[in-house]
Design a protein around this ligand. Structure first.
Ligand code: CAA
Length: 258
């Protein structure tokens, strides 16, 4: 697919997906969602890529939401379908077996906050702002915000943000656990982090994602079984042999990603 609204760059083991509609503060219309989907599928299927970073172009916004102009004339059926498309694309991001980091520099509002929350974790610059301002437009969040926000920050804080539509700054996002770190030199920091993750045993990294995601959706006993199964499967990899052998031989492990 030829991309018009996103950029997909690859640097060694890292892919960087940039939402690229800076004039509309990277707002998400249907075409942009479909391009994100195609780009994430490409990353998922590219065995040379270990980690995906998602960011926004223009230095002002990560993503300022679903495209309000695009939604203006929608009826109930069209609204539902647009919501389902956003949910499908963000669920894909959440469920690909590769780490996905949101690098946020500016507004992450509505669908933008929802996109960030579908990533494994969020790192932002100090000028970033977060919120689910949808009630101010008289709609609910539609791309997973009512479900992921309470899972990340707890139901009480999520409900306050959802009901008020308040926009919070980076320090408040850090305080409530919506972002992991507020940093200077955002892309340098996130790329370094991505390279560190890419240097680890990749099957183990992927299994960590699966274990957390699947385990958090079920009861603790079933979750422990999920962990035991994945832990066991690691011992069927070349990297496990190399990782433990390298430790015993006091040298740096050379992983091959399987
Ligand atoms: N959709 C469409 N266009 C948008 C947009 C959006 N979500 N956000 C910003 N833009 C456009 C503006 O219309 C403007 O375009 P023009 O230059 O053609 O007028 C351009 O981006 C720049 O924006 P502003 O002039 O408004 O910039 P600002 O610095 O004054 O304000 C802002 C920045 C506070 C982020 C403001 O743009 C804003 O409030 N945006 C909307 C945020 C929002 O409500 N998001 C939720 C959308 S609904 C949703 O996401 C539903 C869902 O869950 C699926």
């Amino acid at each position: 697919m030829e991309f018009k609204n996103v950029l997909l760059e690859k640097e060694e083991r890292i892919a960087i997906l940039t939402i690229n509609r800076p004039k509309a503060l990277n707002a998400l219309n249907k075409d942009t969602l479909l391009e994100i989907k195609a780009a994430v599928e490409e990353v998922r299927d590219d065995n040379d890529i270990y980690v995906l970073i998602i960011t926004g172009a223009g230095g002002k916004a990560f993503v300022a939401g679903a495209d309000i102009t695009y939604m203006l004339e929608m009826n109930a059926q069209e609204g539902r379908e647009f919501g389902l498309l956003g949910q499908e694309v963000f669920r894909l991001i959440e469920s690909i077996e590769k780490p996905v980091i949101a690098a946020i520099d500016g507004f992450a509002l509505g669908g933008g906050c929802e996109l960030a929350m579908a990533c494994d974790f969020r790192i932002c610059s100090d000028k970033s702002k977060f919120g689910q301002p949808e009630v101010g437009l008289a709609v609910t969040p539609g791309f997973g915000g009512t479900q992921r926000l309470p899972r990340i920050v707890g139901t009480g804080m999520a409900k306050q943000l959802l009901y008020t539509g308040d926009v919070i700054d980076a320090d408040e996002a850090l305080r409530i656990g919506l972002v992991n770190y507020v940093v200077d030199d955002l892309m340098d920091y996130v790329k370094k982090l991505a390279r560190k993750i890419a240097s680890r045993g990749q099957v183990a990294v992927r299994y960590c994602k699966v274990a957390v995601n699947d385990g958090m959706q079920t009861d603790i006993d079933r979750a422990m079984t999920i962990e035991a199964d994945l832990f066991g499967l690691c011992f069927a990899t070349d990297d496990q042999k190399e990782g433990m052998k390298a430790f015993v031989e006091k040298r740096k492990a050379e992983f091959i990603g399987k």
